[in-house]
Design a protein. Structure first.
Length: 306
């Protein structure tokens, strides 16, 4: 009888917890999808399919090549946080992210050409390109392929070409575990286990960033592309990233303790180019705990080269 009562109590607790989680998930994920609809997103048709983007502000154009788990919402939020109400902020969704189509060959080079099509559509002759994390490959490709369209290249915690390696030599994990690339597990992780992401980034994850990692369902194709193509392209095709040919001014903003885009890789990149730098001893992948120094360095660079 006692065992039966204990079992019933356990069942009640499990059911109550399940109901609590389901109700919270449904509420939050609905809010996340509604938040996406609040952006004034537009789209253009290219040879690579539909490209979604947000275009706000006036003045000198700054186009962001966002990182993994991103999209036009995350890119727009990042640019607003960095630049405030200044400049014209262009935030496209890379292939497979937040409404942008997946072409047959979703390489960083093709993504760079899609950026060019967007600039043409928006009548932007030249602008700044700001890359973050996995967005580095496409942004760097753009600066190499279309030098006359770039006022400056800003690499913010960005991936860079550092080593020539074969597919067999790439043994590290290049993307999140598959189970996490779904709405519920990502919501659960961000809601109750955010410290795991803080550990991964070696920095606190701000609420505005975690908000733009949901919903995952509209980003999962892009995350797969990054994991299987983008994040190894600069190694597999190292010789095609002739960064010495970049003629635009370059700004590198990086933290030495970044666990995701290693500073040792950035050092190899810096040995090949002439670049301005804003290097921080600490701050992790998000370069947090450095006040406004990150934003100030980027704005100063833009103002000096506009």
């Amino acid at each position: 009888m006692r065992k039966r009562k204990v079992l019933i109590a356990v069942v009640i607790v499990v059911l109550s917890l399940s109901i609590f989680l389901v109700v919270g998930y449904v509420k939050d994920i609905k809010k996340a999808y509604n938040r996406i609809e609040m952006y004034d997103a537009k789209s253009i048709n290219t040879e690579f399919g539909k490209l979604n983007y947000v275009d706000i502000g006036e003045g000198v154009a700054v186009l962001i090549s966002h990182g993994i788990f991103g999209g036009y919402d995350q890119g727009s939020s990042s640019l607003n946080n960095i630049l405030g109400s200044n400049y014209r902020k262009i935030s496209p969704s890379r292939f497979g992210y937040t409404g942008s189509d997946v072409p047959d060959n979703p390489t960083p080079a093709n993504q760079a050409t899609a950026y060019l099509r967007l600039m043409d559509e928006l009548n932007i002759d030249k602008g700044f390109v700001l890359t973050t994390s996995a967005g580095g490959a496409a942004g760097i490709k753009f600066a190499i392929m279309y030098p006359d369209r770039v006022k400056g290249l800003i690499l913010l915690s960005s991936g860079v070409p550092a080593n020539k390696r074969s597919r067999e030599e790439i043994t590290e994990m290049l993307g999140p575990p598959a189970f996490l690339v779904n709405d519920f597990p990502m919501w659960l992780s961000l809601k109750y286990f955010k410290f795991v992401f803080s550990s991964m980034f070696a920095s606190e994850v701000p609420d505005d960033l975690s908000e733009t990692m949901l919903p995952v369902g509209i980003r999962n194709q892009g995350i797969k592309i990054d994991s299987e193509i983008t994040n190894m392209d600069m190694d597999l095709n190292y010789d095609d990233y002739i960064v010495e040919d970049i003629s635009a001014p370059i700004l590198v903003v990086h933290a030495k303790d970044d666990p995701m885009t290693k500073f040792e890789s950035m050092e190899k990149f810096l040995s090949r180019v002439d670049a301005e730098t804003a290097i921080f001893e600490t701050g992790g992948h998000l370069i947090s705990s450095n006040g406004n120094k990150v934003n100030e360095s980027i704005i100063k660079f833009i103002e000096s080269n506009k």
